[in-house]
Ligand binder design. Sequence first.
Ligand code: C5P
Length: 226
Amino acid sequence: MKAAGLQVPVIAIDGPTASGKGTVTALVAAELGWHVLDSGALYRLAAWTVLDKNIDANDIAAVALAARRMDIRFEGSRIWLANKDVTKLIRQEHVGNLASRLAPAAPVREALLNRQRAFRQAPGLVADGRDMGTVVFPDADLKIFLVADIHARAQRRCQQLRERGIEPDEQAVLADLKERDARDTERAVAPLKPADDAHQLDSSRLTVEETVAAVLSLWRKLQRSG
Ligand code: C5P
């Protein structure tokens, strides 16, 4: 239930890996002058912690405890973990892969829940993830479910890798996306799915600017009607 006008507004942007959520979230937030929550970064930080501290990834209680205790600082686009700049380290493919393997565990999700909700600060928050509209901010003012066909997403992921100086194996990228989609949608806890009141947006044939404009237009329409 939403207490109209009392809560800091939230725009939730959920969707599968490489659907362009991160870029769209950052641009929508910049346009509105709002804060950003990159919830995937929290799962990646948990995965990085597991690797860095040699924690057994199958020992979910230990993983959840470590996730709860992480000393994290977000500073603009930089992310610090216990005073170490881990911005680039957590973007590595193997860290993302482990994050997606840890993410189905309820105790891990629970450990990260309040940290995510703490990002809800005035004047507003644009939250990017898989369960922003369904679990973390069920009362979000606007919920977007951003999709794109798997080939468009694979192309985007390959382009991102090339920009980082890595020549991608396109078949491997496609296979990895399919595997992550399956893990994210088939898990029992907080699976990737649109909230009942989400607006589905297909960005396969839209530019980033057009996608951002579509989100802002929905938000402005909502404000005019509210
Ligand atoms: O979005 P990103 O690829 O950085 O997220 C890493 C992994 O964390 C995803 O593959 C997904 O399994 C998990 N995740 C999640 N719920 C979120 C955000 C990310 O389960 N809200």
